[in-house]
Write a protein of this length. Structure first.
Length: 226
């Protein structure tokens, strides 16, 4: 086992319940990418790291361990719209003896605005990406983990429209998407908002083709007038 494999959260110490998303192939792919990130993190020294939709806490806990292992001391915040997920995140962090991550029940980052605007150096997002009827996005509980509305884009599009205000100049969004979300269109839309989008890793898991996308401000690209 590689050195970095020890840095991520342990499934045996990760908590979830019937109402909370169990860490799955998408969570593991996301954490695999985070393990590759320390080189850029070491040079950028992120001050504020945020995860939207933390679920069990497996991902934010892994990020916290990776950062600590590299000697980086970032302020970390995890939010989830599902109170049961926030409880699970807190439990998972506690089980890993991580006590310095703020966990907040929140629809995206609503209660943190405008305070965090322009300050987020690393934003992590494994959204509800499964195509469903739009009305299912409003159901409460575990279905909020996957119900993504038309093309799985309802929550993704809301977050991406806020991204220009959220990231610091050197900031990055690292997010999960599937083919049904129309990844080329996501990248094109974000180019129009002055971002560069790249696909970092792709993996097939059963019927899903999972990708990890990275969006950074393209400082040489003037955003198109909307
Ligand atoms: C696919 S799960 C990911 C959970 C965890 N990050 C992981 O990778 O295992 C998506 C999570 O996003 C949360 N979520 C959905 N809509 C949200 C919103 N508008 N604001 C905050 N969290 C949301 C869900 O409750 C769920 O926990």
């Amino acid at each position: 086992m590689s050195d970095s494999a020890f840095n991520v959260a342990e499934i045996g110490r990760t908590f979830w319940s019937d109402n909370v998303y169990e860490p799955s192939d998408d969570s593991f792919l996301l954490v695999d990418v985070l393990q590759e990130s320390p080189c850029s993190w070491l040079s950028k020294k992120p001050t504020l790291v945020v995860e939207i939709g933390s679920g069990s806490g497996y991902v934010i806990c892994s990020a916290a361990r990776i950062l600590k292992h590299k000697g980086l001391h970032s302020h970390m915040i995890a939010v989830d719209i599902n109170p049961a997920a926030c409880h699970a995140t807190q439990q998972t962090l506690c089980n890993h003896e991580i006590h310095d991550v703020d966990v907040i029940t929140s629809d995206l980052l609503a209660p943190l605005l405008p305070r965090v605007c322009g300050m987020i150096d690393v934003l992590i997002f494994n959204p509800p990406y499964v195509p469903t009827p739009d009305h299912e996005v409003r159901n409460k509980g575990i279905s909020q983990a996957w119900a993504g509305g038309e093309r799985g884009r309802v929550v993704i599009d809301r977050l991406l429209s806020q991204l220009p205000d959220l990231l610091s100049p050197q900031g990055e969004l690292i997010m999960v998407a599937v083919a049904e979300n129309d990844i080329p269109e996501l990248i094109h839309i974000m180019e129009g908002r002055g971002f560069r989008g790249t696909m970092l890793m792709t993996r097939r898991a059963d019927e899903e083709l999972l990708s990890i996308l990275r969006f950074t401000k393209d400082l040489g690209n003037i955003p198109r007038v909307q």
